[in-house]
Design a protein around this ligand. Structure first.
Ligand code: AHM
Ligand code: MG
Length: 329
């Protein structure tokens, strides 16, 4: 029923699928609260304090924006006391973060990209937050290995887009649902029930500035999009590009190139969560040779080439690059 609150939706899902743990509800609510706070800061980003650089360089060698740091801390504080998580890991932390108080620990782990599309913060372009929840096997305290699970083991994944409105899109493996924040009441309301991505899209999204370093397969595929009359759309915020293609149909690419054979995007907290959403909506996500969800990262911040979106588009991309080594001929 369109318009119902996120909380009611989750409760009704729990009733429908008795295996779904009520603890999930609290986790998702914690993440949602953090996203409302981040969204509020995003809306004020033009007003001094929240904009600009911290002066720190992160584990990827990138400049850390004030909002990256704020969002990272906000998510940790929203969830570190719930008794549900063993540990968290994010783009902004070199190592994983075990919940410090042993009495406040639980079985799940959370991975997230606090602000995806950070380079768009200062120019008032849509950005997002990506998250994913796992329950690693065993009951021992979390270790680095707890995070190195194949994407297929995700229990829940999704993202928030801070755009012309703030939206949450998520899946727990039973379809994909979208909620829009009604700022007048501070609640996420169901606005997009059971999202299905068109089998084939008429949009391709890729940073063509990298074309000189692409393999011949990637180049041939992008040429085929143009010859097929597709439109190019590239925001430069993965969440926003993915969200548009999810609703309209299309393919997003961040392939490897000569300089970066593994591309730019991170497997654990960027590619895998969106791959889970894509597959649940009837789409696909591939590293060029197979499904992203079959990959287990070897390190927390591992990068992966990514083609994600409409199923037939992703299959055609795989066919175009088949037999090539990642990153080139
Ligand atoms: P970020 O998580 O540090 O913001 O980096 C990831 C972003 C993605 O949102 C986006 O798809 C990509 O980087 C854009 O990269 P480029 O500027 O190379 O096109
Ligand atoms: Mg990111």
């Amino acid at each position: 029923m369109l318009g119902m609150t996120l909380t009611r939706f989750i409760i009704e899902q729990q009733r429908q699928f008795p295996g779904v743990s009520g603890r999930f509800t609290s986790l998702l609510e914690g993440i949602t609260t953090a996203a409302k706070i981040i969204g509020r800061e995003v809306n004020k980003a033009g007003l001094a304090e929240t904009m600009g650089l911290t002066g720190r360089i992160n584990v990827h060698g990138e400049q850390v924006q004030k909002l990256d740091e704020f969002a990272n801390t906000t998510i940790i504080h929203a969830l570190d006391h719930t008794g549900l998580l063993a540990a968290m890991a994010s783009e902004e932390m070199e190592d994983f973060y075990p919940i410090p108080d042993p009495h406040a620990r639980g079985p799940y782990i959370l991975v997230f990209d606090p602000v995806d599309g950070s380079s768009n913060i200062d120019v008032n372009v849509s950005i997002g937050t990506i998250f994913s929840i796992y329950r690693p096997p065993g009951s021992a305290a979390a270790t680095a290995e707890s995070f190195l699970r194949p994407g297929r083991e995700q229990l829940c994944a999704g993202y928030f887009v801070y755009g012309s409105s703030t939206m949450l899109v998520y899946t727990t493996g039973r379809g994909v649902h979208g909620f829009t924040l009604d700022p007048t009441i501070g609640e996420f309301l169901l606005s997009h029930e059971s999202i299905r991505i068109p089998e084939r899209g008429a949009i391709y999204s890729v940073n063509e500035g990298n074309a000189a370093g692409w393999s011949s397969g990637v180049r041939a595929y992008v040429d085929s999009r143009k010859e097929g009359g597709c439109s190019a759309r590239y925001i430069g915020s993965l969440v926003s590009d993915f969200h548009r293609n999810l609703l309209k149909g299309g393919v997003f690419l961040y392939p490897g190139d000569r300089k970066s054979p593994e591309g730019k995007l991170r497997l654990l907290y960027e590619a895998s969560p969106l791959a889970f959403v894509a597959e649940q909506a009837g789409g696909a996500a591939s590293n060029g040779t197979g499904p992203i969800l079959d990959l287990a990262p070897k390190t927390l911040h591992q990068r992966v080439p990514l083609a994600i979106g409409s199923r037939l588009d992703v299959e055609e991309f795989e066919a175009a690059v088949s037999g090539e080594a990642p990153g080139g001929d």
